[in-house]
Ligand binder design. Sequence first.
Ligand code: ADP
Length: 344
Amino acid sequence: MTTKTQITAPGEAPANTGVAVIQVQDLRHQYDTRVALDGVTFDVRAGEIFGLLGPNGSGKTTMFRILSTLMLPTGGRAVINGLDVATNPNGVRREIGVVFQAPSIDVKLTAEENLRHIGHLYGLRGQALADRIREMLSRVALSDRARDYAETFSGGMQRRLEIAKGLLHRPTVLLLDEPTTGLDPGARRDLWQYLQVLRDQGITIIVTTHLMEEAERCDRLAILSLGRLVALGTPAELRHEIGGDVILLEAKDPESLAHHIEQRFGIEAAVLDGKVRLEREGGHRFVTEVVEAFPGEIDALSISKPTLEDVFIHRTGHRFWTENETGKTDEGSTTKKKNKNQHG
Ligand code: ADP
């Protein structure tokens, strides 16, 4: 039985029409007693790159597995191009291309052989298949490497071959789970450029990430924390909600300084990682007032424009990274640590 509510006809590539291609409604998932998704609702529009951003344990993989029909949700609904993932998984699979985090190409085969193999699984043969393979390799700029073994490819090229594989049956939606894991910064930037090209060709893309710089490249984002949707919008909209600058103050007694600032200026001052954190328009003027109000109490200060991590802190009251996560990105920079007991 199909549960087709007419949103977008299967097989149509609805380029940038603003139509909801994916509808996630009150989606819930529980593993035994552990709640992984706690009533998440959002729409993904045609022809956009939609990011699912969240720290480890926030529910990204669970969401990805449900949307890619690998797992049934325990509650709520997810509909792709009008087809319900729970009641019509086969229909949904025709609509979506999926790129998993774990590599799925055979490096002992050539690029072409990898695609031929998957083409056979889709029932493609002969000239039609050869044409399709050529089209897909060209889409991911691997035409000149068609006959080379995948083991000779760089990490970025192997990922692009994975994408070509995911696109072989010409889906209108592409789902990617942390696609840049293990790639160097150059390859990561390249991959995002390819995703943008595919988006411009009308493919709707959902990508999970825990990297802020990747989230910034998405057209819209859902930010997850502990299975809940904590923010939804374009990166600019989300940053804008902070309304000003983010000020961090270092002091010997941050708790006392925060308390005094709240009393004196009537604004919220939080202590995070041993620093007083304020959100304030006209940060430069304000810090002058604070420094003058509490002479000798402030050891160091910084003022910055809000980032997506600030949005996360603003919405959840805690940092993105847990203490036992290194937060190490592939660029080798160790990102933030945060207080214990904030993520499961
Ligand atoms: P993310 O991908 O953002 O790291 P996950 O969807 O993997 O998040 O996990 C969400 C929550 O569900 C976490 O608390 C995690 O420990 C739990 N979880 C994930 N997979 C399983 C599983 N197979 N069995 C039990 N709990 C799980």
